[in-house]
Design a protein around this ligand. Structure first.
Ligand code: IVH
Length: 662
C-alpha cells in the first residue's frame, strides 16, 4: 500500500529530524518544514487508522491516568556512594586499588556529570519502548510510560531487539524553564521540580508541555549484551540513538580524575541543565565485578557532590512585597546564616498556599536550601512544636497602599493598580529596563525618587520630564539630569517588540513580545488582535492570549499608549525594517568575550541585517564570531571546518565582522 509506505517513510524522516534537533543540536530543516511533514503524517494516520510504533504523534501525551501503577525493575537501581572532598576521593581510589590488587586488568576511570533531575528506567523489548518507570525505592518504582514518551530525546524504538533496561535522568533544560516561566501563571521554582513534577503528573499532556530532555548513562540489564567497558556501553547507547551527554572524560589515575573534576566545575555557567556533582566510575566491567556492591551502592562508582547547601535558621518575619502586576509576594526575613560560603538573610516564599503547605511559621526554625543554581529556598519547617502554637496572618490590605486585597488561585493581589506606589514604580522600571526601552540612568531608586518628588505616575509621564524638573532634585547634577533627558528622548525610536515587552502585559515576556511583533504588522494590529487570532500564533496559549486581549481592552492602558504615541514614541516593526544585506539569511553564532562591541548590540544588529543568531555551532552555521577566550564552540567550528574543507563555515573576529557590516 503506497500510503502505508509513505507513512513509514515520513515517520523515519521525522524521527531523524527530531534526533538532529534534540540530541545533536544540528537541525537541517526549519520548524515550519517539520510541521508540514508532521501534518501530512497526522492526515495519513487518520485516513488509515494506523499509528506506527515509533510515530512522533505518540509523543503528544495520551489520556489522563487515574493513578500510577507500580513497577518492579529487573535490575535494581542502586544509589551512589558520596564524598565531598578530594581526600575522600583519594581514599576511595586506594580502597579500589586494594580490592583489585592481584588482577591483571588495568584500572581506569570515567568521569561524568551527576545530573540533578528525576531518574527514569526505560524497558525496551523487541526494539520497542514498552515501559518507563521512576526509581522509587530502587526496587519498585511507578509506571510513567505515557509521560516519558513525550520526551523527544527518548527513542520510542531501537535496533537492539532483546530485552534491555536503560537508566537515565529526566531534566528540564534551564533555557526551557526560563521560557516556560515567562508565560506561566504559576512559575516553576527550579528545573529539578519542573522535571519531577512533569513526570509525576497524571496528565501526560501537561508533561508534554514542559518539553523535557533525558540523558541516558547506564544499561542496568540486557539479555544478550555484555559490555567490556563503561565507554563501550555508552557507545552502544549513542548508536542506539539515546541522548548521551558529551562531557565524559576517561582518566588513567586519580590525579587525572581530580583535574577533570576541577575543569568540569569551572564550567558551571555554560551548562543548560542542572547537575549536583560529578560521578566517577571504574571503566572496566570485569573489575567492577570484582569490586561488587554493598546492599546500597556499587563499590565501583563514587559521586563527588558539590558542597551540601542545606541549613536551618530562624524565620524572623514574613514581609509582603507588591510587584508590577499587583501580586503580593511573601519574602522571608531570616536570621542571617552561612550557606555554602554565602550569607543569606532573605529567601522567597512563593505565595500564601506555599507558606501553609510548608508549614512554616514566623518565629520557627526552617530548612533553607541553596542548590548550585537557584536562589535560596525555604523547603520546610524544622521545628514541629512551632507549627502547633504559632499563626501567620494572611494580609487583608495591601502593605503598600492599604487597599483591599483579593485572592486569585494561590496568589493575593492588591485591588488598586492605579495609585499603588510599588506597582507604579515597578511598571515604570520595567518599561525603562535594558531589555525594554533601555533608558539608561533610570534605576528603580531614581524612579521612586521621581515618583515621590514629581508625581510621576505612569510610563507616559516620563516623556513630559524636562531638564528643569530634574536639576533641582537631590543627587541630580547637570550631567545626570541631561543624560536622563537624552536617554528618554533616544528611547522614542524603539522596536515594536521591545515596546510591547516594556508595556508589561501579564504573561508576556521577551519571546512572546517578539512573536507578537513578528506576526502582527503594527501596534494597531496587536491592539486589535482577537483571542482567536492570537492563539493561532505558535507558543501563545489560552492564558497568554486572554492576558493580551484583557490588557488592551483596559481603558487606562489605552489612554497611556495613546499618550506615549502622542509624545513621539515610535515603535517600528523590526521585521518590516529588515535590510537586505550581506548577512541576510545567514546563520551566525557569537562566542567568547567581545572587546569592541556589546554582545546584545551585535546580536540585534545582525538580526536587523537579516541574520539568524543561533546559540550553537552546527554544519548550518555560516559565521562563528569568536571573541577572546572562546571555548567549546570555537573548537567545534574548527572541527567542522577540518572535517569538510568545503564547509561554508567561517570563523571571524570583531575586526572582520566590522569589515563585513560597514
Ligand atoms: S550511574 C549504580 N551516572 O544519581 C550506578 N547515576 O545518587 C548507576 N545519577 O539515582 C547510576 N547522574 O540515577 C549514574 N552520570 C550518572 C548519574 C547518575 C545522576 C543519579 C542516579 C541515582 C543517583 C544516585
Amino acid at each position: 500500500m503506497a500510503e502505508k509506505s509513505r507513512m513509514k517513510d515520513i515517520v523515519a524522516q521525522l524521527n531523524e529530524h527530531n534526533y538532529r534537533y534534540y540530541v545533536l543540536d544540528e537541525p537541517t530543516i526549519s520548524d515550519k518544514e517539520y510541521d508540514q511533514v508532521y501534518d501530512e503524517l497526522i492526515s495519513l494516520e487518520e485516513e488509515l487508522s494506523i499509528v506506527l510504533e515509533d510515530s512522533p504523534s505518540r509523543r503528544v501525551g495520551g489520556d489522563t491516568l487515574k493513578k500510577f501503577a507500580t513497577h518492579k525493575h529487573i535490575a535494581p537501581l542502586l544509589s551512589l556512594d558520596k564524598c565531598k572532598t578530594f581526600e575522600e576521593l583519594r581514599a576511595w581510589d586506594n580502597r579500589v586499588k586494594k580490592l583489585i590488587s592481584g588482577t591483571n586488568d588495568k584500572l581506569d576511570y570515567v568521569v561524568e556529570y551527576k545530573f540533578d533531575g528525576l531518574t527514569i528506567n526505560l524497558t525496551y523489548d523487541d526494539g520497542k519502548l514498552i515501559q518507563a518507570a521512576t526509581r522509587g525505592n530502587g526496587t519498585v518504582g511507578e509506571e510513567v510510560l505515557e509521560q516519558v514518551k513525550t520526551i523527544k530525546t527518548v527513542p520510542l524504538t531501537i535496533n537492539y531487539k532483546h530485552k534491555i533496561e536503560v537508566q537515565g535522568e529526566c531534566l528540564m533544560r534551564l533555557s526551557v524553564l526560563e521560557k516556560y516561566n515567562e508565560a506561566a501563571r504559576e512559575p516553576l521554582k527550579n528545573a529539578r521540580n519542573g522535571a519531577a513534577g512533569a513526570i509525576r503528573n497524571l496528565d501526560p499532556k501537561i508533561t508534554a508541555k514542559r518539553n523535557l530532555s533525558a540523558f541516558c548513562y547506564n544499561v542496568g540489564f540486557s539479555e544478550h549484551q555484555n559490555f567490556k567497558t563503561h565507554l563501550a556501553m555508552l557507545d552502544f547507547l549513542r548508536e542506539s540513538m539515546f541522548y548521551v551527554n558529551e562531557h565524559i572524560t576517561q582518566c588513567l589515575d586519580i590525579d587525572e580524575v581530580i583535574t577533570a573534576i576541577e575543569k568540569m566545575e569551572e564550567k558551571v555557567g555554560e551548562r543548560d541543565y542542572l547537575i549536583d556533582g560529578i560521578v566517577i566510575k571504574v571503566n572496566n566491567v570485569s573489575l567492577r565485578k570484582i569490586l561488587g556492591s554493598t546492599h546500597k551502592f556499587p563499590r565501583w562508582a563514587m559521586a563527588y557532590k558539590f558542597e551540601a547547601k542545606e541549613v536551618t535558621t530562624k524565620l524572623e518575619n514574613i514581609v509582603w512585597q507588591v510587584g508590577r502586576t499587583g501580586k503580593l509576594t511573601p519574602l522571608a526575613i531570616l536570621e542571617p546564616t552561612d550557606i555554602g560560603g554565602v550569607t543569606v538573610s532573605r529567601a522567597t516564599l512563593n505565595n500564601w498556599e506555599d507558606i501553609n503547605r510548608k508549614k512554616v511559621k514566623i518565629g520557627c526554625d526552617v530548612w533553607l536550601r541553596r542548590s548550585n543554581d537557584v536562589i535560596p529556598e525555604i523547603t520546610g519547617c524544622a521545628d514541629e512544636d512551632c507549627v502547633e502554637t504559632m499563626q501567620n496572618v494572611k494580609p487583608v490590605n495591601c502593605p503598600a497602599c492599604g487597599s483591599k486585597v483579593f485572592s486569585k488561585g494561590a496568589h493575593i493581589f492588591c485591588s488598586n493598580p492605579l495609585s499603588c506606589k510599588p506597582q507604579l514604580v515597578a511598571r515604570i522600571s520595567h518599561f525603562a529596563s535594558r531589555d525594554a526601552m533601555n533608558i539608561e540612568g533610570l534605576s528603580e531608586k531614581t524612579i521612586q525618587q521621581l515618583n515621590e518628588a514629581l508625581g510621576l505616575d505612569g510610563v507616559a509621564d516620563l516623556y513630559e520630564l524636562e531638564y528643569e524638573n530634574l536639576i533641582g532634585l537631590d543627587r541630580f547634577g547637570e550631567k545626570k539630569a541631561q543624560n536622563i533627558i537624552d536617554a528618554i528622548e533616544a528611547s522614542k525610536n524603539c522596536s515594536l517588540s521591545t515596546f510591547i515587552y516594556g508595556l508589561g502585559i501579564p504573561n508576556v515576556g521577551k519571546k512572546t513580545a517578539s512573536d507578537l511583533a513578528k506576526q502582527c504588522n503594527t501596534l494597531e494590529d496587536i491592539k486589535k488582535a482577537q483571542f482567536e487570532e492570537l492563539i493561532e500564533i505558535s507558543d501563545i496559549g489560552d492564558i497568554v492570549a486572554k492576558s493580551i486581549v484583557d490588557f488592551f481592552n483596559d481603558e487606562t492602558v489605552a489612554k497611556s499608549i495613546d499618550k506615549l504615541i502622542s509624545k513621539g514614541v515610535n515603535p517600528v516593526n523590526e521585521q518590516a525594517s529588515e535590510i537586505k544585506s550581506f548577512f541576510s539569511g545567514k546563520t551566525v553564532v557569537v562566542t567568547g568575550t567581545l572587546v569592541k562591541y556589546d554582545r546584545r548590540e551585535i546580536k540585534s544588529l545582525l538580526e536587523k541585517l537579516g541574520a539568524t543568531v543561533a546559540s550553537s555551532v552546527s554544519k548550518n552555521t555560516d559565521f562563528l564570531l569568536a571573541g577572546e577566550n572562546a571555548g567549546s564552540k570555537l573548537k567545534k567550528a574548527e572541527k567542522i571546518i577540518e572535517g569538510n574543507k568545503k564547509s561554508k563555515l567561517q570563523i571571524i573576529d570583531e575586526d572582520k565582522l566590522e569589515k563585513l557590516i560597514f
